[in-house]
Design a protein around this ligand. Structure first.
Ligand code: PLP
Length: 383
């Protein structure tokens, strides 16, 4: 008999979403604007502590809007973390600009300030500073924002914080996503909270975010007819989906607690085994632990990530490798890349040795035990 599938990160409704959706139906607000959209934006600004938020159709759309607002265009460079989902970088291509990929460091698995510094120095020397730096907070762990912010300020380059995976995380007590000129959240189906699909662009610059709203609704100039002086997008979030978001936001804090407990359980059961190293949590940060990730040193454990993944697949458990670095993706062949230090590419090591374990907040204790025993069985450590 095939065992029930355990997903990496499945949607987890609170139950209250349906009330907001019903309200949208009852008032016939079935549109990419309406009271749920306005309220969801307000609730996000209150939760993370920023001035303004614009609800959009995806995290990718939010990054694209941020780049448009920073006037990124053909011939420009944009720096971006290499160890991430491709959605972090695709909008650079939409704008006709070129990405330059920056490696990770070991403490957070995120953008290496050391590599960033070399890249900025080099860019300044060539007289071609990037138009923006896209910093990703992987699996919920915040990057070293103090170091990165100070470098970017030194060169006067704006930061877009891709916090698609880190809503609910904090860095030195401040919400993840609030450190750059722009912050981006995603509510895709696998994220810590979801609207099935959706995203949010945040900033303390109210004026610029009003412009984002304008661009996201086809850039309609005020006129009785349809008047356009710029190219816009159709990027707003549906009022129905914003209703899901409102119900989800009510339980975000609970979801973070649950994912952290899931991490703790894995850690208790597996961290003592030599050769396995869990993704660290930087001091003075709180990760939402969106996904529990760890590295496998095959020379010590005797088992490869590939075999582990095969064993999980045979048990109908969805585990995944760590993101493949973007500078290694065929679509970005030939793109500039700055490793952590010359001849030491941390992201490549994390990719070949890393694995993400199922971490959904609605996973049962029994299911997690199934994963842990599959893991131990793979190592022949079962007693
Ligand atoms: C999910 C994700 C995105 C894209 O969000 P969508 O809402 O799916 O467009 C961007 N960056 C990272 C790091 C992500 O994990």
């Amino acid at each position: 008999m095939i065992k029930k599938r355990i997903y990496l990160s499945a949607p987890h409704m609170s139950g209250n979403e349906i009330n907001y959706i019903n309200e949208a139906f009852e008032t016939n607000w079935i549109a990419p604007l309406g009271p749920n959209v306005d309220a969801f934006e307000k609730e996000i600004t209150n939760y993370v502590g920023v001035s303004e938020a614009v609800a959009v159709s995806s995290g990718t759309a939010a990054i694209h809007l941020a780049l448009s607002l920073l006037d990124v265009k053909k011939g420009d460079n944009v720096f971006c973390s290499t160890l991430t989902f491709i959605a972090s970088a695709n909008p650079i291509i939409y704008q006709g600009a070129e990405p330059v990929f920056i490696d990770s460091e070991r403490d957070t698995w995120n953008m290496s300030p050391q590599a960033l510094e070399r890249a900025l120095k080099n860019a300044a020397k060539k007289g071609k500073l990037p138009k923006a730096v896209i910093v990703v907070n992987l699996y919920g762990q915040s990057a070293k924002m103090d170091e990165i912010t100070s470098l970017c300020n030194q060169y006067n380059v704006p930061i877009i914080e891709d916090a698609a995976e880190s809503l609910g995380s904090t860095y030195k007590g401040k919400a993840s996503g609030t450190f750059g000129k722009f912050g981006v959240y995603s509510f895709n189906g696998n994220k810590i909270i979801t609207t099935s699909g959706g995203g949010m662009l945040i900033s303390d610059d109210t004026e610029v975010l009003n412009k984002a709203r304008f661009l996201a609704t086809q850039a309609k100039n005020p006129a009785p007819h349809y008047e356009h002086s710029e190219t816009g997008f159709n990027y707003r979030l549906s009022n129905v989906l914003a209703g899901i978001g409102r119900g989800q936001l009510e339980v975000l804090e609970e979801r973070v607690q649950t994912r952290r407990l899931i991490f703790e359980k894995y850690y208790q059961e597996l961290s003592h085994i030599p050769g396995f190293q869990f993704m660290p949590e930087l001091e003075n940060t709180r990760s939402n632990r969106w996904l529990t990730a760890l590295t496998v040193d095959e020379t010590i454990t005797g088992i490869s990530v590939t075999s582990l993944l095969e064993n999980f697949a045979a048990e109908n458990i969805e585990a995944r490798p760590v993101w493949k670095p973007l500078h290694l993706q065929p679509v970005f062949k030939g793109t500039q890349y700055y490793p952590h230090c010359e001849n030491n590419s941390i992201s490549e090591q994390l990719f070949t040795s890393g694995i993400c374990l199922p971490s959904g907040s609605n996973m049962t204790e029994v299911e997690q035990l199934r994963i842990i025993s599959c893991f131990k069985e793979s190592l022949k450590l079962m007693v």
